[in-house]
Write a protein that binds this ligand. Structure first.
Ligand code: HSE
Length: 444
């Protein structure tokens, strides 16, 4: 049988890892697929020309020519960004090529259009490397859990963010210093604010939610908060209360609609996911039949992400001659039956909440705070008044004399009510600064 020829778009961190695996494991891959897989060429920017030479790969700077080259069967897009990635992926599809992409932004934002084009052309667009690096979580949800109605998905899905949080918590390192190391290790996005502000996690959550619930990709409906708001104070109070703060992406189906949210979250420290550290990612998926399942592994990096690219190549090679109708649908459900179940506004989210209130240490303050919760019908799980200590944003004068942090944990409540409670608390004369709020998930 003729070898299958691969064209690579990009030879950066993921491209290089992919090429190394294809070369090193060529014999094993042929045994798996029954066909030889060879790299035809790579379209690279100047900076990656040396990598191409070192790997013995023919390189070009003309991506548009590569995606229309009749010799190439499968195009792997590992360049990232919006353009020219979108143009070249659509052109590859138009030229009848199967496409693998590691580009989560591309799928989350333009996936509906890309899949429509792929269906018309009868080609596969695969994207395992776009979510959670080396963890085969797309395959797990789309195929392994196909029997289930998925109830929720919750995951640590940004390796850079988790690396930063873990290093800060365990070694007391500075944010900027750890971020720089994450960039040097090839974990971070070209624009690291995507990692730090939760945008990268929101891209990945968009994709997982679609294949979990059979809904169109709706990146612009994801509520997104990054890790820059997490203070050392909250990390240590959360620890004292038995929780770890992790940056989670959560997609949850409720009676009213679907919650899509990315934010720092307090998780009971005994949960497995609370102990996932460094660049590792973990995704919990709860199905009605199977119950909770968890997928763990490296969420970024050269060969871990390359592992997912190559797994997708193997899948495509195995179905190269199959009728497109019999292939696994891109978003797990048949395209004509995607559901229009609404995505909820943040006020309709349901969660437990951690609040940190800085208030003057005088009689009646605690009562005035708790009476606000009573009036709104919000149940309090725990309330602790901490000792006065110099804290972030507390003025030296007030801090030294009278201001104490009060920490509250609520039971499950609609977020709109918590927002009302916060507004009322901030109106109290005894409250000296904005209330810090974090969501709490027990992930039961
Ligand atoms: N910047 C991403 C992360 C790379 O840190 O998770 C993998 O998608």
């Amino acid at each position: 049988m003729k070898p299958v020829k691969i064209g690579l778009l990009g030879l950066g961190t993921v491209g290089r890892g992919t090429a190394q695996i294809l070369q090193r494991n060529a014999a094993e891959l042929e045994r798996r697929c029954g066909r030889q897989i060879v790299i035809h060429s790579a379209a690279v920017r100047n900076a990656s020309k040396v990598a191409a030479e070192e790997l013995g790969i023919k390189s070009t700077s003309d991506g548009a020519a590569l995606v229309s080259d009749p010799e190439i069967d499968i195009v792997c897009e590992m360049m990232g960004g919006d353009q020219p990635a979108l143009e070249w992926v659509l052109s590859a599809i138009e030229h009848g090529k199967h496409v693998i992409t590691a580009n989560k932004a591309l799928i989350a934002v333009h996936g509906n259009e890309i899949f429509e084009a792929a269906r018309k052309a009868g080609v596969v667009v695969a994207f395992e490397p776009a979510v959670a690096g080396g963890i085969p979580v797309i395959k797990a949800i789309r195929e392994g859990l196909a029997a289930n109605q998925i109830q929720w998905v919750a995951g640590i899905i940004n390796g850079t963010g988790n690396f930063i949080l873990s290093e800060m918590a365990s070694k007391g390192r500075e944010f900027a210093d750890v971020l720089q190391e994450a960039q040097e290790l090839g974990y971070a996005e070209a624009d690291p604010t995507f990692d730090v502000e939760g945008i990268d996690a929101a891209h990945k959550l968009t994709i997982m939610a679609s294949i979990a619930f059979g809904i169109p990709l709706q990146f612009n409906r994801v509520f997104t908060e990054g890790i820059s708001k997490i203070s050392r104070e909250d990390v240590s109070y959360a620890e004292e209360l038995g929780y770890r703060i992790k940056h989670l992406g959560i997609a949850k189906k409720t009676d009213k609609g679907i919650e899509l949210r990315v934010h720092p979250t307090l998780i009971p420290h005994q949960r497995l996911i609370a102990n996932v550290n460094g660049v590792m990612n973990a995704v919990l998926v709860r199905g009605d039949a199977v119950g909770p399942t968890m997928y763990y592994g490296p969420g970024a990096g050269s060969e871990p992400t390359g592992s997912s690219v190559v797994a997708d190549i193997v899948d495509v090679v195995r179905v190269l001659d199959a009728d497109p109708v019999n292939q696994v649908p891109h978003l797990a459900f048949q395209a004509d039956v995607l559901s229009d179940v609404p995505i909820l506004e943040p006020a309709d989210f349901e969660s437990a909440y951690y609040l940190r209130v800085h208030a003057e240490d005088k009689p009646g303050v605690m009562a005035s705070i708790t009476s606000i919760f009573g009036q709104l019908g919000i149940s309090i799980e725990a309330i602790v008044q901490k000792e006065s200590s110099p804290g972030e944003g507390v003025s030296a004068q007030a801090d030294a004399n009278t201001v104490v942090p009060v920490i509250l944990l609520t039971r499950l409540v609609r977020e709109g009510l918590i927002q009302e409670a916060i507004a009322e608390i901030e109106k109290l004369d005894s409250v000296t600064q904005s209330v810090a709020m974090l969501r709490v998930e027990t992930l039961n």
